[in-house]
Design a protein around this ligand. Sequence first.
Ligand SMILES: *[C@@H]1O[C@H](CO)[C@@H](O)[C@H](O)[C@H]1NC(C)=O
Ligand SMILES: *[C@@H]1O[C@H](CO)[C@@H](O)[C@H](O)[C@H]1NC(C)=O
Ligand SMILES: *[C@@H]1O[C@H](CO)[C@@H](O)[C@H](O)[C@H]1NC(C)=O
Ligand SMILES: *[C@@H]1O[C@H](CO)[C@@H](O)[C@H](O)[C@H]1NC(C)=O
Ligand SMILES: *[C@@H]1O[C@H](CO)[C@@H](O)[C@H](O)[C@H]1NC(C)=O
Ligand SMILES: *[C@@H]1O[C@H](CO)[C@@H](O)[C@H](O)[C@H]1NC(C)=O
Ligand SMILES: *[C@@H]1O[C@H](CO)[C@@H](O)[C@H](O)[C@H]1NC(C)=O
Ligand SMILES: *[C@@H]1O[C@H](CO)[C@@H](O)[C@H](O)[C@H]1NC(C)=O
Ligand SMILES: *[C@@H]1O[C@H](CO)[C@@H](O)[C@H](O)[C@H]1NC(C)=O
Ligand SMILES: *[C@@H]1O[C@H](CO)[C@@H](O)[C@H](O)[C@H]1NC(C)=O
Ligand SMILES: *[C@@H]1O[C@H](CO)[C@@H](O)[C@H](O)[C@H]1NC(C)=O
Ligand SMILES: *[C@@H]1O[C@H](CO)[C@@H](O)[C@H](O)[C@H]1NC(C)=O
Length: 653
Amino acid sequence: MQLPVFVLLPLLVKFAAASVLPTDIDALANEANILQNYEIKSDEQIISSVIGQLNHTLGTSNNCTACVTRLSIGKTLVETRPDLVAPAFTKWCLDSGFYDANTCQQNFGISTIEHSEGGANFADMLSYMDPLGYDGQLFCYYKEGSHCKKPATPNVTVSNMWPPKSPEHMAAPEPGNNGTFKVLHISDLHIDMDYTVGNEANCTDPICCTPRSHNKHKLNGTSPYMGYWNSFFDSYYNDDFSFEQGTEVNPFNNSNVWTPATSFGNYMCDPPERLINSSLNNVIDYAKQQNFTFDFTIFTGDMVDHDWTKEISLEDTIKSEESVLRDIKSRLGSTPVYPVLGNHDSYPYGQLAPEGFSFSNKFTWNTELISDIMQDYDWVSNEEAQQARAHYTGYAVETKMGLKVISLNSNTWYRKNDYAYMNASNPDNFGMFKFLIDELVASEAKNQRVWITAHIPSGSSALPLPSKMFAEIVERFSPSTIAGIFFGHTHMDQFEILYAGSGNDTKSIENVLNHAWIAPSITPWGGINPAWRYYEVDSTTFSVMNMHTFYMKLNDTYTNNGAEPQWQHEYAARDVYNVSWPATSPLNGTFWHLVAEQVGQSVDVRQTYENYSNRFSPYTPVCKSTKGCDGDYCFLTSFTLDGYDKCMAALPK
Ligand SMILES: *[C@@H]1O[C@H](CO)[C@@H](O)[C@H](O)[C@H]1NC(C)=O
Ligand SMILES: *[C@@H]1O[C@H](CO)[C@@H](O)[C@H](O)[C@H]1NC(C)=O
Ligand SMILES: *[C@@H]1O[C@H](CO)[C@@H](O)[C@H](O)[C@H]1NC(C)=O
Ligand SMILES: *[C@@H]1O[C@H](CO)[C@@H](O)[C@H](O)[C@H]1NC(C)=O
Ligand SMILES: *[C@@H]1O[C@H](CO)[C@@H](O)[C@H](O)[C@H]1NC(C)=O
Ligand SMILES: *[C@@H]1O[C@H](CO)[C@@H](O)[C@H](O)[C@H]1NC(C)=O
Ligand SMILES: *[C@@H]1O[C@H](CO)[C@@H](O)[C@H](O)[C@H]1NC(C)=O
Ligand SMILES: *[C@@H]1O[C@H](CO)[C@@H](O)[C@H](O)[C@H]1NC(C)=O
Ligand SMILES: *[C@@H]1O[C@H](CO)[C@@H](O)[C@H](O)[C@H]1NC(C)=O
Ligand SMILES: *[C@@H]1O[C@H](CO)[C@@H](O)[C@H](O)[C@H]1NC(C)=O
Ligand SMILES: *[C@@H]1O[C@H](CO)[C@@H](O)[C@H](O)[C@H]1NC(C)=O
Ligand SMILES: *[C@@H]1O[C@H](CO)[C@@H](O)[C@H](O)[C@H]1NC(C)=O
């Protein structure tokens, strides 16, 4: 990269005089006179000088150079005054209108226990990142809105961390004849502790139905739902799960509310706790009625709501996590639950540092909290809880039938996690893959099968390098050792297939190696119906034989006089796609490959997939008349981000 002319500012004068671009910006910070300059100035003067330089970057037409230069300016500042990074960048961002005020606060705001803002994490990142190399360009592409081009993914590997694959580990074992057992999968609960019946559900904020939600346009007259919607009750469930309708609220006396929030939720809101209790009641009612129990539960994360980070305090985060896990425990009793943390289950939002840095302990409270709860609720053994406490990027448990479940913290590949941009070309910059590989090698050696759970799918929504490294690992241990992979995060009911070649593959039946299940959410936020699912699992091999999803039509609860939602069986995966598949074969990657081929070829099958993906919500895209479904095949057949991008780029425009 060329040395940009506008960097030639007082602070960087030495740098310019050298007239060669230093490969390591650290050299710059070591300039004694720069440090002295900071020391003799007041905080206000330093901030003003930094803002002046940041302002100057806005004068260039090359957005990439401007972005990496801002990172370099921040990196110089962080060496001497890390405490001034947040105030300087926040003020600059607000004054220049670089982002809207909320985003400025979220990305750069001073971190306090009152507001989930990432300024201190941004500063931590700067102190270890290489702004002019891969780290900086990746950041400027993903976190700063495509201000650099997507940099080429480094050709690195983690394959040195495992022994070669032996011939007996080339195929998956065929299911046994000892029947199946059942595993519950729930995801993305996003409890809204502030949900209030009667508040604005048609708001112009990110999250509606809270006392802060409002519509910036004034309603002239009365709500169109007056006299039609009738479910405005402060209802709740008792500890014995019985339902109380509670008192009725009259929301139509407030002429400022366009669409009042009803008892059980709205498509623009995260759920009230009563909807979470209703979902969990349905889970156990169904199992009771069918005379079975779940052997265990996987929960793929996200307990905290989607409100602006400035509205989320540390206490809210802790309370949300505790409430959701308590509600789950209250319903599932002695069934063990293996949770993972989602991008919302962190503080500040989306952040997670690698272990072994001075700032790593900013995140230990969370794994300690969750590990304590897992231990108190008897979900894991004391030793397993100890491992979860000690390695906050993952933990492994062995179920009583002998399956290993490895749970990962996917903030390690999350694009909004600042720490993921530190040493981003290192194939294992969080040490999480070493943990995963060691567990897999140990299981393979004793022919033990493994499930992997994480919140964010490794394909279309991850950072490219960890996505590719994860695919490499799954490829090595598939299909013989890895019997299942389970994600959440997208809120949609989806899956993604891994073909041999870790992304630059041929998507053929011969190449299919594995696939991941992506579970639907309980939150309706984003326009989908609440859903949960369970798997029928082969008792011998732990391969998934069938999957059943349940949902309720949220909009039916608007007009049912406050009654409980009506949940129903939505579909069984074996029944709805026209794939001829032996009853004795698991729903493995090959099955889903055959489904994906049909999704790619037929608009009708795409529609079927979208109907289930959205749980028949009023917002389900109509594939015939919109281009909304065109990317479905790419999504379903990409296990790596680069593979997904390549597939999407090849779509007809
Ligand atoms: C540079 O970024 C700004 C702000 O995001 C944008 O409006 C502009 O189009 C970008 N310029 C180029 C050349 O991409
Ligand atoms: C930076 O630019 C903003 C407007 O874009 C201006 O209000 C502010 O005074 C400038 N600050 C400095 C220190 O140059
Ligand atoms: C990685 O290797 C491929 C093929 O050998 C090449 O096209 C690509 O440019 C390389 N990427 C980098 C970042 O070196
Ligand atoms: C068959 O499954 C049952 C539990 O469902 C278990 O107790 C038994 O040990 C299993 N038998 C074999 C041979 O795996
Ligand atoms: C929601 O509010 C917008 C104005 O912000 C209005 O145009 C729209 O009609 C409202 N929708 C409903 C369903 O009331
Ligand atoms: C509200 O609507 C009525 C009739 O539809 C109109 O006469 C009146 O001017 C409107 N008021 C405002 C404040 O827009
Ligand atoms: C949800 O269930 C929990 C556990 O039984 C209970 O403590 C809580 O009050 C319930 N909340 C509502 C709103 O139903
Ligand atoms: C509307 O009615 C509810 C009770 O149903 C009451 O709590 C609220 O204060 C009333 N609001 C207004 C603006 O009158
Ligand atoms: C569950 O058990 C009860 C009592 O034994 C029986 O009446 C009912 O038919 C069973 N239900 C199913 C779905 O097997
Ligand atoms: C990807 O494709 C290139 C060229 O076709 C090949 O050299 C490389 O080995 C492939 N990578 C993997 C992981 O299979
Ligand atoms: C899926 O199962 C079928 C039948 O058991 C088997 O032929 C196929 O190889 C399996 N596919 C994978 C990816 O393991
Ligand atoms: C809810 O939405 C679905 C899908 O749009 C629709 O078929 C159904 O009629 C709606 N229910 C009510 C009560 O409006």
